[in-house]
Design a protein around this ligand. Structure first.
Ligand code: NAD
Ligand code: WQD
Length: 336
């Protein structure tokens, strides 16, 4: 298939581009580079040994998307483009609703215009209203969330469901990612936060690289085995393979699945795993809980296995080793 990746220059999109090519698909990327760099696409292209077309533009521009779909004879869209910081969305809710909702609408409009019927959408575990262990897709999800970012994802899920009711030819997969981590094993591409990282793994990586002094662990008194928060960290290449599986399994209707490992890792366990890879202690201290955080959030990944024939294969330690290889080689990301 020829696949249009909105946001394909980003962290998950660039890894998915490589995996799609390795599975015999073609890609074209539309990205405004607001949170990524052309260098990511150049390096991904080098890794697969071929050109990866990049159109620099706004995913909320349905006319632009339509032109790209026609010009590249696109069969399917994976819609990654989005703003993604839960914290920033609390301070800038209108920006989050504008960018995330507009781009999803533009994708669906351009698809309808060009008679493209296959869509894979980047949703998030952030849509679950009561995070906990082994969440399945039936767990309550919706608008009763701690931040606007999660609400944009829940709203787009509803928009896609409505589009599917109106158009029975639409084939859509809504993928609820848990916590993507790691990097391509080459160390050439990886996660490149433009600012102080919000997420745990890039923060620990930067502490290990000496870019930041100390990790603050948000809360040591949760009801978990060691008191720190437990999450389901999934290697970004497992996630990328989940997209290929979802794309290849599409059928009329909307399928919503978790992409996670089903295994929980605490913050302290993550720090230890990192220390093992780096070979020294990493400065950290426990501070107050972060607003809106929960003790536990892990996926029940059974439906993805049943419907997509996919499961996460890589161990957490492998993701840590890959993240470190990327960080060490590129202490300042693509600007290194
Ligand atoms: P990312 O920021 O690295 O990638 C998103 C890409 O979209 C960036 O390249 C950015 O430049 C681009 N973009 C943003 N707004 C755009 C616009 N209006 N037009 C064109 N391009 C635009 O983020 P990521 O981690 O790769 O996330 C990809 C998707 O997965 C997002 O939808 C995100 O919400 C979702 N997601 C991410 C995580 C995570 O922890 N990384 C977890 C769950 C869901
Ligand atoms: C993981 C654990 C923190 C940073 C977020 C979004 C979610 C999804 C994935 C997009 C928690 C702790 C973190 C730090 C810490 N993104 N932590 N010190 O919060 O599970 O999920 O990213 O869709 O929507 O909310 O991920 O990596 O921020 O945190 O102690 O400096 O690490 O409290 O227990 P989270 P995270």
């Amino acid at each position: 298939m020829r696949v249009l990746l909105t946001g394909g220059a980003g962290y998950i999109g660039s890894h998915t581009a490589i995996t799609l090519i390795e599975h015999g698909h073609d890609v074209v990327i539309v990205d405004d580079l607001s949170n990524s760099s052309e260098e990511a696409v150049r390096r991904a292209a080098r890794l697969v040994g071929r050109d990866l077309p990049l159109v620099v533009g706004d995913a909320a521009d349905s006319a632009l998307l339509g032109r790209v779909m026609r010009e590249h004879r696109v069969d399917a869209v994976i819609h990654f483009a989005s703003l993604k910081s839960p914290n920033a969305s609390i301070s800038h809710p209108l920006r989050y609703y504008r960018v995330n909702i507009d781009s999803a609408l533009a994708v669906l409009e351009a698809m309808a215009d060009c008679d493209v019927q296959r869509l894979v959408f980047s949703s998030s575990a952030a849509v679950y209203e009561r995070p906990g262990p082994l969440l399945d897709e039936q767990a309550p999800s919706g608008l009763d969330l701690a931040h606007p970012y999660g609400r944009t994802k829940a709203m787009i899920e509803a928009i896609i469901a409505d589009a599917g009711v109106a158009n029975e030819r639409l084939q859509a997969a809504v993928l609820r990612y848990f916590n993507p981590v790691g990097a391509h094993p080459s160390g050439e591409i990886g996660e490149d936060p433009q600012d102080i990282p919000n997420n745990l793994m890039p923060y620990i990586s930067q502490v290990a690289a000496g870019v930041r002094e100390q990790l603050q662990i948000f809360g040591g008194d949760y009801d978990t085995a060691d008191g720190t928060g437990v999450r389901d960290y999934i290697h970004v290449l497992d996630l990328a393979e989940g997209h290929v599986a979802a794309l290849e399994a599409l059928e009329p209707g909307v399928l919503t699945v978790n992409l996670g490992t089903g295994r929980g890792v605490s913050v302290l366990e993550a720090v230890r795993a990192f220390e093992d890879v780096v070979g020294r202690r990493l400065p950290h201290r426990i501070v107050a809980r972060r607003d809106g955080d929960s003790a536990h959030a892990t996926a029940n990944p059974a439906l993805a296995h049943q419907r997509l024939g996919w499961r996460a294969r890589r161990a957490f330690d492998e993701a840590v080793a890959d993240a470190w290889r990327w960080q060490r080689a590129n202490p300042r990301g693509y600007r290194s």
